[in-house]
Write a protein that binds this ligand. Sequence first.
Ligand SMILES: NC(=O)c1ccc[n+]([C@@H]2O[C@H](COP(=O)([O-])OP(=O)(O)OC[C@H]3O[C@@H](n4cnc5c(N)ncnc54)[C@H](O)[C@@H]3O)[C@@H](O)[C@H]2O)c1
Length: 268
Amino acid sequence: MRSSDTLLKLKVGVAGVGAIGRAVCRALLSDEGIEGLILHRISDLKGHGDMSIQNADFKTLARECDLIVECLPATQVPALADAAFEYGRPLTLISSAALLLYPDILEKQKGTGSRIYVPSGALAGLDGVKAMKEMGIERSLIASTKPPKGFEGAPYVVEKALDLAGITEKTLIFSGNALDASRAFPANVNVAATLSLAGIGPEKTRVEVWADPAAKGNTHEISVSTAFSTLNVRIENMPDPANPKSSVLAAQSIVTCLRDMSRAIVIG
Ligand SMILES: NC(=O)c1ccc[n+]([C@@H]2O[C@H](COP(=O)([O-])OP(=O)(O)OC[C@H]3O[C@@H](n4cnc5c(N)ncnc54)[C@H](O)[C@@H]3O)[C@@H](O)[C@H]2O)c1
């Protein structure tokens, strides 16, 4: 690569190099790469020296990079967002539940010039939901089904002392709105948070969480209706081998979001 090519590229900083962040880094570092972008820094508590990309704290990441990609636990998002806003950097944010859990993030964003991009994650059909919002959505529901093990450690499971190992058939373990679902299962229902942000908001978006011992992967079914259209989408994702709570598709939704930034034609 000529040094002039490098100079023309936007510098990307990836915060969180676990299952999802690592896949995004791989795409950026691959021979094909992502047009117009170059991986400049990572930020992870564990380092990941094998990637030969310098590890930095959030503030350094935001100061040195043109674009920040968030792949952290939701609890760490406010600190990263603060750093991104301080330098007016665009933030691609996969932990969408954080936007519901920490509404301050959107308050602090105001007037900073920073924009937040939320990829579709493990979900599909958001293009339709966004168009339907223009017509007035009457009803928006998401039902997520995972193997019981996928819910281990969730605040709701701990608080209610749910016996996940004792579940022998498909069981509804939670029903409520997207805000309460995000509090109950912050690492499992980013899809519900994203649907609510694309559609009729966290209070009106209904969420069902199912535990199914026969499930091999994570399934999300959305049903959204307006006076003129009804959308029913079902997506079945195999769990990410690097983190069973995540799906491989989530990382690739970030990659396509990054590719869209330089595509001559953007679909959806
Ligand atoms: N939107 C969606 O549809 C969707 C789908 C799957 C996962 N997610 C979310 O994406 C996020 C990442 O998921 P994952 O599977 O890669 O998680 P992961 O646990 O595999 O990786 C998280 C990484 O963040 C690092 N980290 C934690 N605290 C940090 C800090 N303060 N500073 C720097 N690094 C820190 C950890 O060391 C780890 O490497 C999670 O919040 C998850 O809930 C969203």
